[in-house]
Design a protein around this ligand. Structure first.
Ligand code: NAD
Length: 282
């Protein structure tokens, strides 16, 4: 009999997520019997710490895998039986697969960002990159940047401890690159010298208006990447594009993580461009 896939997403405030549609439409195109459900902590009156219990329930119910999002990506590190080494290195899990040996944790956010850099920013320089924001998304972008061979990565966060933690963690795995922490007083100079800037804070979302840095500081040839994907065209992306900078919006990372998740869960080869077109039509 044909295999049936039941997959879900655990997180808080996720009822509007596009992820179920992205997975289900592509899985249907691949001829798979595949259902994707939203499991919202808020609706269930649950906390991030309840993710272990929710995963155990899901496994019993016959789920094959579960995507994990805010605020559970770190808590789940302690719940899985085995971690993919890359997920362990970057310190966050966004996919748990229920395998015979137990719960296996992966991170596909960094893969999505890496693939976006390749597809959306080909030919640019990765010599010196400034990253603003060192939370969950920032761990994935930093890991992807360093895996892609960035020469120097300057990390800034309004919470300096976050930047320091990320720098320490990345330093353990990428000895070939310079990884520096940037204070607020040095940020302007670092941006002015950068070949590219990655924005990884929530600024630019509907409920977090504004800009984390001044686009006019950028070198004429500098590129800009935003992790925010709702809206796809953030104020940052709009201003940078209008000023002639190469830009990468948050959509490629979002689609890329779904693509990689679907690939790991099913072992099939999803059509990335078809997923990309579908996402941009939503
Ligand atoms: P988070 O809360 O884990 O991290 C955000 C970090 O930004 C925090 O460390 C915070 O201190 C810092 N910060 C906030 N404002 C700042 C500012 N003005 N300057 C410098 N640092 C600042 O959040 P997160 O999970 O990393 O999410 C951030 C954004 O990334 C959200 O908009 C989320 O939707 C998006 N995201 C996108 C993808 C994707 O696939 N495109 C994936 C994950 C998250």
């Amino acid at each position: 009999p044909e295999r049936r896939y039941l997959v879900g997403l655990i997180g808080a405030g996720i009822t509007q997520s596009f992820t179920p549609l992205l997975h289900e439409v592509e899985a249907a195109a691949l001829g798979l019997d595949y259902e994707y459900r939203i499991i919202d902590l808020i609706d269930l009156g649950k906390q991030a710490e309840d993710v272990g219990e929710l995963l155990a329930d899901a496994r019993r119910t016959g789920f094959s895998a579960m995507n994990i999002t805010h605020p559970c990506k770190q808590v789940v590190l302690d719940v899985v039986d085995r971690l993919d080494p890359r997920a362990e290195h970057l310190g966050a899990v966004n996919l748990v697969v229920f395998e015979d040996e137990g719960l296996v944790g992966y991170n596909t956010d960094w893969m999505g960002f890496r693939d976006g850099l390749i597809a959306g920013l080909s030919g640019v320089s990765f010599d010196r990159v400034v990253q603003i924001g060192c939370g969950g998304a920032g761990a994935a972008t930093a890991y992807a940047l360093l895996s892609s061979g960035v020469g120097r990565l300057d990390l800034f966060d309004v919470d300096p401890a976050r930047a320091a933690d990320l720098a320490r963690r990345m330093g353990q795995h990428f000895s070939g690159s310079t990884i520096a922490i940037v204070g607020r007083d040095e940020l302007t100079e670092m941006i002015a010298n950068a070949s590219g800037v990655v924005h990884a804070t929530p600024m630019g979302m509907k409920h977090h208006p504004g800009l984390a840095f001044d686009v006019e500081l950028l070198r004429a040839d500098a590129w800009v990447s935003d992790v925010v994907y709702r809206p796809l065209e953030t104020e940052l992306i709009r201003l940078a594009r209008n000023a002639g900078h190469p830009v990468l919006d948050g959509g490629r990372m979002a689609v890329g993580q779904a693509y990689a998740s679907l690939q790991i869960i099913t072992g099939e080869e999803p059509d990335r461009e078809r997923m990309e077109e579908h996402f941009r039509s939503l």
